[in-house]
Write a protein that binds this ligand. Structure first.
Ligand SMILES: [Zn+2]
Length: 267
């Protein structure tokens, strides 16, 4: 998501929006399509909180973008066909920024720029570890009261904003914590390891993905930059034990049973 924010900032910052179009899809709700079509102007700022992008134009207009699971913003030359393009921003330099989303899980909501930061969808979000690095103690404050599995708690955007399935799985592997452990059973040392793991994982992902566009690991031809995610059957990078696959709340978690034991080790 941070990659998406940076690229949008670069593209729209370099050249203002001269016209916009939105197709009739569920990406837009209640009047959003018409308001998107009236967007004009240069970039005032591009912010991100968790998985939500907030784009403000100097015309006072703005929009919220949530990529869902398969959405992305791409820039193409004018006239170039873009499969699954759902909305377009024509830029003054002649290029076109498309929102493409094959499965339509994402959403775009135009709002006045000044209203973006206080939208209920934004205020409901927990702290974003990329905007404010969290200590183990702060992480425990955010997640430590629930008996939900730690993996599920990490992905609950109301508790902590910005960690998706992949980064939660990666962080738990780095911190050597089993994804099924009830969050409230974690000990201070484990919260500290998890906080460090989240910081390192996000930094690693930003470095690895620093291209023009975000790529989803599931897309054909995309290299997998992650340590355990989607690597079931391959040796654990730390201990060599084959990575195994766990399903939790319908999502995959790849883990090492040796590094991430289901029970706390006796001390
Ligand atoms: Zn291992």
């Amino acid at each position: 998501m941070e990659i998406a924010r940076r690229t949008l900032e670069r593209w729209l910052g370099g050249s203002g929006v001269t016209s916009a179009q939105a197709d009739r899809t569920r990406v837009f709700r209640a009047g959003g399509r018409g308001r998107f079509g009236r967007l004009r102007g240069g970039l005032a700022r591009a912010d991100r909180h968790g998985k939500v992008l907030l784009v403000s134009l100097d015309s006072g207009q703005g929009f919220l973008s949530h990529l869902g699971m398969t959405g992305k913003w791409v820039r193409r030359a004018a006239g170039e066909a873009v499969p699954y393009s759902r909305a377009r921003l024509q830029l003054a330099d002649g290029s076109v920024v498309h929102y493409r989303d094959p499965r339509l899980f994402g959403r775009i909501e135009p709002h006045p720029a000044e209203a973006l930061a206080t939208l209920p969808a934004v205020r409901a979000l927990g702290p974003d570890p990329l905007l404010t690095p969290l200590s183990g103690r702060q992480l425990q404050d955010a997640l430590g009261a629930t008996r939900a599995p730690i993996k599920v708690a990490l992905m609950d955007q109301r508790r902590l904003a910005g960690l998706g399935n992949i980064h939660a799985a990666e962080a738990l592997w780095r911190a050597r914590i089993h994804p099924g452990r009830p969050a409230r059973t974690l000990e201070p040392a484990e919260w500290n390891r998890l906080a460090t793991a989240i910081r390192r994982g996000l930094a690693f992902a930003l470095a690895a993905e620093d291209g023009e566009e975000i790529a989803y690991v599931e897309e054909p031809g995309t290299e997998n930059p992650f340590r355990v995610y989607a690597r079931a059957g391959e040796p654990c990078p730390r201990c060599g034990t084959p990575i195994t696959l766990l399903r939790q709340a319908g999502r995959r978690t790849d883990l090492c049973h040796r590094c991430q034991p289901a029970r706390r080790r006796a001390r």
